[in-house]
Design a protein around this ligand. Structure first.
Ligand SMILES: *Cc1c(COP(=O)(O)O)cnc(C)c1O
Length: 434
């Protein structure tokens, strides 16, 4: 919807901001941002621990870990030390036909910690590409077995799997770009997550009908992220996996957001005791230091790609795959999970959420409150613009949270102190109470 000239509503005026802000503002294009009514972005000078320091000297407590990624807090000295050492030795080399220690060590360590049975790691650039690769693996797996009609995917309402073409096509049809891109992207099957005997019977029946056309079922286990912040139990997850496998359909777990302790255990799949055929990782993989994705597969999946025919090999290869610097950050992040009690911290955060979030039900505007691990969700009755307006009010309160859709969500760094967590929760009280 073209409405007048760019940047009108948000053009920075504050003289306390450095010149780079005014010089650059008109050259930047922000994600999902309608410039007509955009609020000015917050200029950040530096960050450490759970605090962002603004250019005008304020401190904001980060309640969302830069989109769930910065699990050890900002500028963790141990990760920085390891990355600096890697930077001095080898910051990048292409991966095709090359081996280097950081990638090999990372692959071995990931395989040792994910649900048993996943044995192969394909590195890529981001969460979205880890999902694209998973989808290509699943489709090519079927193709290599001679099933060329198994070219569709089944995903769930409220799903979010990323912004690239394949990933976008399996997101929630209403909470995503589906409506806009309907004439552009592939059509998939999106259904409600089954929740009782009746809906499971329906799901079973549906997969029976579709088993020759569906390459894989994909889900964000236990907690769906950006598509609606809905949660389901480990039992439901286990039953979905059981029915999917019964029909010979592959099961993909997208743990880009839930992986690395966020839901309570290292991986959400572990809470349900399930092993996916393919697992997607991203976000906190590098401790939030830089971008990287990984797609893990079982040996059965991998074996299907071995053939005399060159075209049966996996057809994917990002320029920066297995970037050594990103691998060194990921290795350091895994060290921290071993050396420091991150899962204990997640438990503490969860306990605090259970103590403090239910009290938000007192507000007429609050529809639901949900908690799983270090994820806290306050679902509101209204939608859209009013909720986006809360962002600036929260910043006024010293809290960096990013309400959108109809939720205010918390996904703080695991190292957050009890006091900081209470400050975040109190900030939300201040703005909802007002
Ligand atoms: C964020 C996210 C993605 C996409 O990751 P990007 O790094 O933004 O491409 C995919 N799946 C889930 C579940 C996510 O939360």
């Amino acid at each position: 919807m073209p409405t007048g000239h760019s940047g009108a509503a948000a053009s920075p005026s504050s003289s306390s901001l450095p010149s780079w802000f005014a010089d650059g503002y008109d050259h930047l294009w922000y994600p999902y941002t309608q410039y007509h009514h955009a609020q000015a972005p917050v200029a950040i000078r530096s960050a450490s621990g759970c605090v962002l320091e603004t250019e005008d000297g304020r401190a904001l407590i980060d309640g969302i870990s830069s989109w769930w990624s910065v699990c050890h807090g900002y500028q963790h000295p141990y990760i920085i030390e390891k990355m600096k050492a890697q930077l001095d030795q080898l910051s990048h080399v292409m991966f095709a036909g090359i081996a280097h220690a950081p990638a090999y060590e990372l692959a071995s360590r990931l395989v040792a910690m994910v649900p048993k049975g996943l044995s192969r790691v394909f590195f890529s650039d981001s969460g979205s590409t880890s999902v694209e690769v998973a989808m290509k693996m699943a489709y090519q797996f079927a193709l290599n077995h001679g099933h060329k009609h198994k070219n569709k995917f089944l995903s769930f309402r409220h799903a979010y799997h990323g912004d690239t073409m394949g990933a976008m096509s399996i997101c929630d049809p209403e909470q995503s770009m589906h409506a806009h891109f309907r004439h552009y992207m592939p059509h998939q099957m999106v259904v409600d997550i089954p929740s009782d005997e009746y809906s499971f019977a329906e799901f079973d029946q549906l997969l029976e009908e579709l088993k020759d056309t569906i390459a894989a079922v994909i889900i964000e286990p236990l907690v769906q992220g950006a598509g609606g912040f809905k949660m389901h139990s480990p039992d439901i997850l286990a039953e979905i996996v059981r029915i999917t496998k019964k029909h010979g359909i592959l099961f993909i777990a997208d743990e880009v957001a839930t992986g690395f302790g966020r839901t309570g255990q290292m991986f959400a799949c572990k809470e349900a005791g399930v092993t996916p055929d393919i697992l997607c990782l991203g976000k906190a993989l590098t401790g939030g230091m830089c971008t990287m994705g990984a797609t893990l597969a079982t040996e059965t999946i991998f074996d299907a790609f071995i053939s005399e025919k060159a075209e049966c090999a996996l057809q994917h290869g990002p320029t920066f795959m297995a970037n050594p610097l990103a691998c060194s950050a990921a290795l350091a992040s895994l060290d921290l999970f071993e050396k420091e009690d991150r899962l204990g911290q997640v438990e503490e955060i969860e306990r605090c959420f259970w103590q403090r979030l239910p009290e938000f039900r007192q507000y007429a505007s609050v529809k639901d409150v949900r908690v799983q691990g270090a994820i806290g969700v306050i679902e509101l009755d209204s939608n859209g613009d009013d909720i986006r307006l809360l962002r600036a009010q929260l910043v006024e309160q010293g809290a960096w949270l990013r309400p959108f859709g109809n939720v205010i969500y918390f996904a703080p760094p695991f190292v957050i102190s009890h006091k900081q967590l209470i400050q975040l929760i109190d900030a939300v009280h201040m703005v909802l109470g007002a």
